[in-house]
Design a protein around this ligand. Structure first.
Ligand code: AKG
Ligand code: FE2
Length: 343
């Protein structure tokens, strides 16, 4: 049987047509006991990106703050990042409006089987796979020449223009963070950017989580670490859902309306020789309210070789990761991809 036979309707359509909750969404992982639990709030440090600019007198202190946040949590709440609050709000609104269009409209952008780009569910690879309570739109946003516009919504009419602006602002933020990460580790600030290569890419994933009848049994997204170098996440302004793991405990990530959450992905873990670890995270399902988020995955050129920076390897700090290439394709369901890259 082909995988398409296993692909269910988008969860939004299941909710709209009043379908019974399917056992295919019942999460079986070892952390399932914590699904309905009230979790502590993560005190993820806020990093002021303006203070990270080279001319700023507070730069050294803010670099220390960045390093300590990334070493402990694997993510930071970035503020003063240069993206206007109104653009952030427009991107949230355009995302909500797209998912609010009729299903016939959304299906115009449907993902083709085994392709990741377009509108649809989680990649369904087997009948046994436990499904995420989410629908998604996945798009390549940079370089502009790699965009597949047939998947870019025409409705709402503002969507394409807002995303274009959002992508430009996010690209600049990614560059500031990459330089600052390298500088915070005592490396040349261009060290990670140079490894990125000639044609770095950004993918945007628009996540939609409708209310779920069994938030005690299902997850919006199962625990995972992103295979990106960095992920820049725009959270829903009102509805929490993202949770991060630290020291084998789960925490709720607070929503700060003007902040962008920057996550360490596997490829920075490799480049930083494990100084920064990719953050394991999941999304809870919500019994009452819908939630959206926009994740932008920042990715090195697929031809670039990614490896621990030479400045972070010596006799006291052995090299912990192999050289990898086109790492994003290394997806293995149910496994932490980074384990394959460890020496
Ligand atoms: O919805 C969120 O807050 C996070 C989504 C996520 O982890 C992802 O798209 O990789
Ligand atoms: Fe993620």
């Amino acid at each position: 049987m082909s995988a398409s036979a296993f692909v269910p309707k988008p969860v939004q359509e299941q909710v709209e047509s009043g379908e019974a909750f399917s056992a295919r969404y019942i999460y079986q992982g070892p952390d399932r006991e914590t699904l309905g639990a009230r979790l502590p709030l993560a005190d993820i440090p806020v990093v002021d990106l303006e203070k990270l600019s080279s001319a700023n007198p507070d730069r050294d202190d803010e670099l220390k703050n960045l390093r300590s946040a990334l070493s402990s949590w694997g993510c930071v709440q970035a503020v003063n990042h240069g993206m206007s609050g109104s653009l952030m709000e427009e991107m949230r609104e355009a995302t909500k409006s797209f998912f609010a269009t009729p299903k016939e409209e959304k299906h115009k952008y449907a993902r083709q089987e085994k392709m990741f780009e377009g509108y649809g569910n989680d990649m369904v690879l087997s009948q046994e796979q436990v499904l995420d309570w989410t629908d998604r739109l996945y798009l390549t946003v940079t370089p502009a020449s790699h965009r597949k516009l047939k998947f870019w919504p025409r409705n709402p009419p503002s969507f394409r223009g807002v995303l274009n602006e959002y992508a430009e602002a996010t690209e600049q933020i990614g560059e500031v963070i990459l330089k600052s990460m390298a500088a915070s580790l005592g490396l040349d600030e261009n060290c990670f950017l140079e490894m990125y290569g000639q044609v770095p890419k950004m993918y945007a994933r628009f996540n939609y989580y409708p209310p779920c009848p069994r938030p005690d049994l299902a997850l919006g997204v199962k625990p995972h670490a992103d295979r990106s170098a960095l992920t820049i996440l725009l959270q829903d302004k009102d509805v929490e859902g993202l949770q991060v793991e630290k020291d084998r405990q789960w925490f709720r990530v607070p929503t700060i309306p003007d902040a962008l959450l920057v996550n360490v992905g596997d490829q920075i873990e490799i480049m930083s020789n494990g100084e920064f670890r990719s953050v394991v995270h999941r999304v809870s399902a919500n019994g009452a309210r819908e939630r959206i988020s926009v994740a932008v995955f920042c990715m090195p050129d697929k031809e670039s070789e990614i490896e621990p920076a030479a400045g972070l390897v010596d006799e006291n700090r052995p090299r912990l990761y192999k050289k990898v290439k086109n790492y994003y394709q290394h997806y293995k369901p149910g496994k932490k991809t980074i384990d394959d890259a460890k020496i």
